[in-house]
Design a binder for this molecule. Structure first.
Ligand SMILES: [Zn+2]
Ligand SMILES: [Zn+2]
Length: 73
């Protein structure tokens, strides 16, 4: 999965727990959003995998459907 910078659309690199855009010299935090309601998803980490749960009635969201947004740190 390639994360693109929300500002300049360049690929970002993963640096110690967050994404870093070299072009903007900015750090971004990845956030998982429900594709149906756009609300943040709860992340459940189990056995090295991550499940995404919508707490607004949409249940478990397949990783393929999760929408990611990037918030400035
Ligand atoms: Zn950038
Ligand atoms: Zn939802």
């Amino acid at each position: 999965m390639t994360a693109l910078c929300p500002v300049c659309q360049q690929p970002m690199s993963w640096v110690s727990g967050h994404f870093h855009c070299d072009t903007c010299a900015s750090d971004y935090q990845q956030r998982a959003l429900c594709p149906d309601c756009g609300k943040p998803l709860q992340e459940l980490k189990a056995c090295g995998a991550v499940d995404y749960i919508c707490q607004h009635g949409h249940g478990m969201i397949s990783k393929k459907r999760v929408q990611f947004s990037y918030l400035p740190l």
